[in-house]
Write a protein that binds this ligand. Sequence first.
Ligand code: NAP
Length: 306
Amino acid sequence: MASIAKPQDIQPDEPLLLSEFVQGYWRLAQWQMSPQARLTFIKQHLELGVSSIDQADIYGGYRSETLLGEALRLQPAIRQQLQIVSKCGIKLNVPGGPGCTVNHYDSGRQHMLQSVDDSLRRMRIEKLDLLLIHRPDLLMDADEVAEAFETLHASGKVSHFGVSNFSPSQFALLQSRWRLPLATNQVEINPFNFAVAEDGTLDQLQQQRVRPMAWSCLAGGRLLSDDSMQAQRLRTELTAIATEVNADSIEQVVFAWVRMLPSKPRPILGSGNIARVRDALASTKLSLSREQWYRIWVAAKGHGVP
Ligand code: NAP
């Protein structure tokens, strides 16, 4: 009797090969770089092995993709060495936005198709390697999303599809309607917020062998700058562990802590400072014990394990 293939058993036409660390471009508009400096930054992280770029239609108030496109235009061939991820599904009430009166979510077919066309035009590229639904939309009709995925895939505009900030049930719902494996669930993971390790999100990804992408591993810089008791406890513990494992910085300990999760998250780096990118990558030389991993858990929670 023929067995029915489960989504995770079906392979898309071409494998998606993301780098172990991904460069985030959310803050690109704040970096105040000329187009040439943006191109130099791309080349520098590419040289370090960070070939995947994380973007979204809305980043920088719909400006970040354009800024990236200006850099890519200076050396179009470099695109072939990159994997470009972008997102859709949020509509912002800002100048240059879709003209709505309140920020909201839209995973409808028409918006998704328009959003991808806009992303491709802004970045001056012909195809996204990966498209994510940015946030769960309470009005998401999974059949309609799967239909939009099909159209985008058939037209050659998007190679792979995934989600971001989805609960396990939202992930399962969409996966039940989309014929190819969802490539990732991009979620927040840092010592201030690792709810996904406790609410079943990472269990589901581990079960399906889908690697998450981890955003804001340094809690947007709060880990280094926050004055709260929790942040101080964390920095004290991270500093002690950094000494024990010969890390160059407490950030490296955090990246090792995130990457130790068995679902194998790919950290998305948020800094536009290449020295900080290099520092983060050097965390791969570190290995934490389980006890060290849980010491960070205890510092984050302010109490011991149950
Ligand atoms: P992050 O690494 O947690 O924070 C980076 C910020 O921390 C930068 O402003 C950086 O400033 C600052 N920072 C301060 N000290 C630092 C240090 N010692 N080392 C490194 N950074 C330091 O990452 P994030 O920017 O919040 O998020 C990373 C990426 O995740 C984004 O670019 C975006 O692609 C993605 N993301 C996705 C979602 C989603 O919903 N899917 C949400 C948020 C973010 P400098 O630039 O001056 O170094």
